[in-house]
Design a protein around this ligand. Structure first.
Ligand code: CP
Ligand code: NVA
Length: 307
């Protein structure tokens, strides 16, 4: 993965199909214990403006297991929350750190960090995208079905950051992807067009409002919260609008009989997914959460030139 050394990952569109396949193969081998990349002396900074359990812990453990260290740059106790410009922060942090993972609101802020930093900048979730999540999701699909090409994944719910990265990730990996949302909550048309351009004619990229049609024949059903971080005020109003997109026993029965269910977590039980489905035999959400660590280990090792 020499080609990824020193690069940023702000969106999966930053990667080629071949690079995604190589990263997933690396993650697969890392999980199997077949390879042991080392990152001794390397320091990963975490600059998170939003809450996180999985991303924060999986990145921290990933770098530690490879011999590196993590530094938590809590925005509330650094100068960033007192208005120090991103351009200045990025240049200063580049003099201390080897790689920086940022969770923030605006994709433009991430881009500014990347423009001014000399070290790799990783999008650890923005309002627009969650590329590290989609890498782990694709790893989970690959290990379940033994391949990615030709599998059909249906995402139901809000056309949000997770949906956007799935659209791009599936298009790059040759996974047919259908996104079913309420009419006013469609994914960003620019991202949909990007995914369709990547997918070409061989891979399906569909956006619809029809949840039942979207799950027909699908091997993966996927959902996320109906109101993301920063949208808490809209949560109650969204419940009746999103109800037809809930992954419940009836909807799951309409998918392929061997379908698995994914959720990036945290989940709101009996809102976007029923308790029975989340805890049921078709759910792979705990493996999916574990795979965050393996996928990000592959990513860190590649960006740091350790593989
Ligand atoms: N799925 C995910 O990103 O979880 P966290 O918000 O806990 O990091
Ligand atoms: N769409 C969710 C994902 C959380 C991991 C959010 O942005 O809050």
């Amino acid at each position: 993965m020499a080609g990824l050394k020193g690069r940023d990952l702000l969106s999966l569109a930053d990667l080629s199909a071949g690079e995604v396949a190589e990263l997933l193969e690396l993650a697969f081998q890392l999980k199997a214990g077949a390879i042991h990349p080392r990152c001794e002396g390397k320091v990963l900074g975490l600059l998170f403006y939003k809450n996180s359990t999985r991303t924060r812990v999986s990145f921290s453990v990933a770098i530690a297991q490879m011999g590196g260290q993590v530094l938590d740059l809590n925005p509330n106790v650094t100068q960033v929350s007192r208005g120090e410009p991103i351009a200045d922060t990025a240049r200063v942090l580049s003099r201390y750190l080897d790689v920086l993972a940022i969770r923030t609101f605006a994709q433009a802020d991430l881009q500014t960090f990347a423009d001014y930093a000399d070290i790799p900048v990783i999008n650890a979730l923005s309002d627009l995208a969650h590329p590290c999540q989609a890498l782990a999701d694709l790893l989970t699909v690959r290990e379940t079905f033994g391949q990615l090409s030709g599998v059909t994944l249906t995402y139901l719910g809000d056309g949000n950051n997770v949906a956007h990265s799935l659209l791009l990730g599936c298009a790059l990996a040759g996974v047919n992807v259908r996104v079913a949302t309420p009419p006013d909550y469609r994914p960003d048309p620019t991202i949909v067009a990007q995914a369709q351009a990547i997918a070409g004619d061989a891979t399906e990229v569909t956006v619809t409002t029809d949840a039942v049609a979207a799950v027909q024949g699908a091997q993966v059903l996927y959902t996320d919260v109906w109101a993301s971080m920063g949208q808490e005020d809209e949560a109650a109003n969204r419940v009746p609008i999103f109800q037809p997109y809930q992954i419940n026993e009836d909807l799951l029965a309409k998918a392929d009989s061997k379908a698995i269910v994914l959720h990036c977590l945290p989940a709101h039980r009996d809102e976007e997914i029923t308790e029975g489905v989340l805890e049921g035999p078709q759910s792979r959400v705990w493996d999916q959460a574990e795979n965050r660590m393996h996928a990000q280990k592959a990513l860190l090792a590649s960006l740091l030139g350790a593989v």
